[in-house]
Design a protein around this ligand. Sequence first.
Ligand code: UD1
Length: 372
Amino acid sequence: MKVLNIVGARPNFMKIAPIHRAFMKYSDISSKIVHTGQHYDARMSGLFFRQLEMPEPDYFLGIGAGSHAQQTAGIMLEFEKVIYREKPDLVVVAGDVNSTLACALVAVKEQIPVAHVEAGLRSGDRRMPEEINRIMTDSVSDQLFITENAALVNLKKENVDESKIHFSGNVMIDSLLYYLPKIKKLNIPESIGVAPNAYVLMTMHRPANVDGAEGLKKILQVVKKIAMLKKVVFPVHPRTLQHMKITGLKKEFENIAGLKMLEPQGYLEFLNLTLHAALVLTDSGGIQEETTFLQIPCITLRETTERPVTVESGTNYLLSSPDAEDVVKLAHEIFAGNAKKGIIPALWDGKAAERIVSVLREKYINSYVCGN
Ligand code: UD1
């Protein structure tokens, strides 16, 4: 059986790495990696490949930045050529980025089965480009691998045939557990001059928070207040940096005493910073899950989350209007030792990729042997 695994943007790499590794255990599977090039910087892509011990991609589509339509259409045109050449038996896509949807659409139109890893998550907010990508990808995928029960509820509401849905656990946690010994050995806080457990780690890159002066000014107020309580460490996403420059707010961020802005961090370095943070402040999807697993308090500055288990059972708090006073109040509670403790959700145990590959073998190897 020939499988094409799709990666494009930063959050894809740590999800596909364990799946590719699990496929490689079987001699009757040829597993190839296609990189769309949605993220192309050494710090957003190359470094992740090295740290996650992924082989060089078999195909690099080189699409890069652009509007949603340009990016999605560009990936589709290039991926179609790969499909014609490779004639795969299966395409595996992960998450909710533009690369996920673009490749799923090309494959389904060529009648190639699509497996969607991290299916069924819904924020309910259609203003998020990722929400559209999630709904569309799920609707064309043949096998849907889910990380939490809410995804099952969402997919049932959308009348998805239950035989397509598999509760496999969380491949992001597979990577985290696999690299945890290496992550623990690092000491990034010391190397950047902050004391372990005495800083707030922040990431911010969602369009609603960073595309434009209004959102960025709110974030600026939050950081100013939080930095008075504890040092803030902020690896800045390229999108955020771009908008800081466009709006002229970059200097204001740089002038905040107690704020340390860093380049985007590698996978291992970022998780080491997470492990030693007193609090994580984010608008990311995956970081809500990683903090829940590591039982580090997390405040998510978004109106909704597509990962409700992190709030209901984990260590995540959702703050819908990133009002600086509210964030400071909650941070005070957390620093006073009153953070919720949280439990690790079911099947976030490091074995999700093995379960996924085992389902896919069962579903597709037989038909392959029969000559399909
Ligand atoms: C994308 C995903 C988002 C995910 C995020 C993680 C979509 C719709 N969004 O958002 O779901 O949470 O990745 O990082 O797919 N840029 C660089 N260097 C890079 C990559 C990007 O400078 O290596 C710049 C681009 O030129 C662009 C900006 O960053 O100007 C945004 O990149 P884009 O691909 O639109 O997506 P993200 O905002 O990163």
